[in-house]
Design a protein around this ligand. Sequence first.
Ligand code: LLP
Length: 432
Amino acid sequence: MFTNDCLNVNEKGHLTIGGCDTTELAKEYGTPLYVLDESVIRDTCRAYVNSFKKYYDGNGMPLYASKALSCLELCRIAKDEKLGLDVVSCGELYTALKAGFPTENIHFHGNNKTDEELEMALDNNVGKIVVDNLEELERLNSMAASKNKIANISFRIKPGVDAHTHNFIRTGQIDSKFGFALETGEAYDAVKKAISYDNICLKELHCHIGSQIFDIEPFVTAAEIMMDFIGKIKNELNFVISQLNLGGGFGIMYVNSDTPVPYENYMEKVSEKVKAKAEEYGIPVPFIFIEPGRSIVGEAGITLYKAGAKKTIPNVRTYVSIDGGMTDNIRYALYQSEYTVVNATKADKECTETVTVAGKCCESGDLIQENVKIAETEAGDILAVLSTGAYNYSMASNYNRIPKPAVVMVKDGQARVIVKRETFDDLIKNDI
Ligand code: LLP
């Protein structure tokens, strides 16, 4: 019935997550409330780590793409589970540093890194700065020289793979603001430059072909294209690139029609291709990084809301309004993303009502989901939106001066706050 094993229905007919009654969580911590199941997060981390052991002699490392949900506790869990970290800003790096994350396992991304970001990355000796463009390469080389340092870098490459996903989050094609194009020779020229620079050490090539992808094939094709490029660099420039980063993008289940592939299946197919290509070019099998974000935290999370006003407009639709909305989950407004909605108070009842779940912001487009079937709702019922662990808290805003919800972690029937609810004072703390 549910998108995830951590969800269940108890004897009261209430939805449970990680053994906790969601209506009790709502009562104790208030709504809206993000709830994350720790076991699901840890199990997923382990599945990725094990897939490298099983299919690639352990010669790789998953990096948690912290943009999906960055906070101290997630950084601690990623570290604990032996994952590295992908960060894209000083804020994400700062969070990782404060969590005591080993900096050698951090990759710093971004298509327009500021001096402040490059400096913070260099000063903290992050494992890789993933360089996006020539201007950045040159700036980094000078900055590293002035600090008497060597910058370990990767290049973000556009492999030109269409990953059959939503246009807004597709980044593999040539028309993308991210990275160096292969077709135009831009990537090749950048490699030549990097090799010639004194304060740059080019270790890795990186690509990321999109997000919420269910097919294995685009990943294998991207790996093949990247290995062909590594082979060309070896043959023509006699330079060995020993690491390959294949990015994130592994799909998760939001609604029943989503069909995620077991994560190890990606690794199985990708490793076959990479090993074959390494042999073809007579180069060492590269160390592989992947960067899952959504798939680490997405299905582990749900959001709880309290239902309020219900408006039935004859022959049009029924709106059920909730006490949150686009400020805590902007993904329907932004991408028309599908979600499963459950009346958590009546999780054992049949879904007899088709409703549009509307947020409370002053914005007609502030909807969480349209035309979903749920058990008949009354004001005061707790509604749960499933699979909200990724890109919900991390994309939350304070529109209408609404404080961001708390994040609660559950495990084996126990709950603990990992991010406090914002207060009204938090909202005005920078006002002068
Ligand atoms: N690596 C790079 C370089 C990325 O750009 C991304 C996501 C990831 C890894 C992680 O991808 P994931 O495994 O989470 O799919 N806000 C959008 C998603 C944007 C993804 C951006 N980059 C959403 O809510 O769907």
